[in-house]
Design a protein around this ligand. Structure first.
Ligand code: RIB
Ligand code: CA
Length: 317
């Protein structure tokens, strides 16, 4: 698997933490696109540029992406990530501006310039990826592997009883991406809700003196306040950092394959990732029925090792 990635994100507190950790641990970003989701896409691009500045990463183009989902109105999540998307930390404007062109066009352009050389990782709604597939249906030949933070298989959703935010924000786009002829790994809430920061992790991060760690600690403060309404104690899940950590180190987890489709018609279940859990091992090896695709999911996650790597990443100079 390629450890160089093209990242699509809706930066967002946990997106920011993911970028800080990934770049600290030597992960290579070939380009970044922003998408609506936690905040409007232009705000996501500005936040990404600011986070890259804090991480000391230069020369990575950041394009603004889709302003809204394919088939439903825009809904953002400032109630979780703060009005600025970065925990109301009042960051200065980044020195650099977004690169010209749209995030979807950038995916297509980079795929043709670097065929087979990077993994596509989405940690926001999947609108840009879907638009890129519509622009160039040959894309999966050029980008063999896609990692997505999104979905919930055997745990409750986080925006509805059954749906996870990144899928729910644009279900049609998610189904297009799942149907693409590329290998898709979904890093779902089943795994990310196990990846919780502990009091000693938080102490290590807030006690570290690097710019990266101080920024991580500042944005985490807001995230921890918000998560108190859902998880007892002072903790939060590392949704997006887990997806990027798995690109660097796939052995952090074991995997299973399940036939999957996104529920597009349901009222209360719209945006749910429906997985065939009937458990016939032979069926995982077969081509699933029309509309269904085989998707890879995490089975067992080494939570301790992931947390240790994350803390080491964000506290590094
Ligand atoms: O459900 C978690 C996901 O929704 C994360 O990507 C978070 O940043 C939000 O977009
Ligand atoms: Ca995100």
């Amino acid at each position: 698997m390629n450890k160089a990635i093209l990242l699509d994100c809706d930066t967002g507190i946990d997106d920011a933490l993911a970028i800080l950790d990934f770049t600290a641990r030597g992960g290579e970003l070939v380009a970044v696109g922003s998408v609506h989701g936690n905040v409007p896409a232009p705000v996501g691009a500005r936040n990404t540029l600011r986070v890259l500045e804090i991480a000391g990463v230069e020369g990575v183009p950041v394009c603004v992406g889709a302003a809204r989902p394919l088939a439903q109105p825009l809904l953002t999540a400032e109630h979780v990530h703060g009005q600025d998307g970065l925990g109301n930390t009042n960051q200065p404007a980044p020195k650099l501006a977004a690169a010209p062109g749209s995030a979807a066009e950038q995916i297509v352009r980079m795929a043709h310039a670097h065929p087979g050389e990077f993994t596509l990782v989405a940690i926001g709604p999947l609108t840009n990826l879907a638009l890129a597939l519509l622009l160039d249906p040959e894309l999966p030949r050029l980008i063999p592997e896609v990692y997505v933070m999104g979905g919930a298989v055997e745990v409750p959703g986080n925006v509805s009883p059954t749906a996870e935010a990144n899928i729910w924000h644009d279900p049609e786009a998610a189904q297009l991406v799942i149907e693409g002829d590329w290998a898709v790994t979904l890093v779902t809430l089943d795994a990310t809700m196990q990846a919780l920061l502990t009091p000693s992790d938080l102490k290590a991060i807030s006690g570290a003196s690097s710019v990266r760690a101080q920024f991580a600690s500042a944005i985490l403060d807001h995230y921890l306040d918000v998560y108190q309404q859902w998880i007892p104690g002072r903790t939060c899940p590392l949704h997006d950092p887990l997806a990027l950590a798995l690109v660097l180190d796939p052995d952090l987890a074991t995997y299973r394959t399940l036939a999957t489709q996104v529920e597009l018609r349901g009222g209360t279940t719209r945006g749910t990732t429906v997985c065939d859990l009937r458990g016939d091992p032979a069926s995982a090896a077969q081509e699933p029925a029309p509309g269904w695709r085989n998707v890879r999911y995490l089975d067992e996650l080494d939570v301790e090792r992931f947390r240790a790597l994350f803390v080491a990443g964000v506290t590094s100079p």
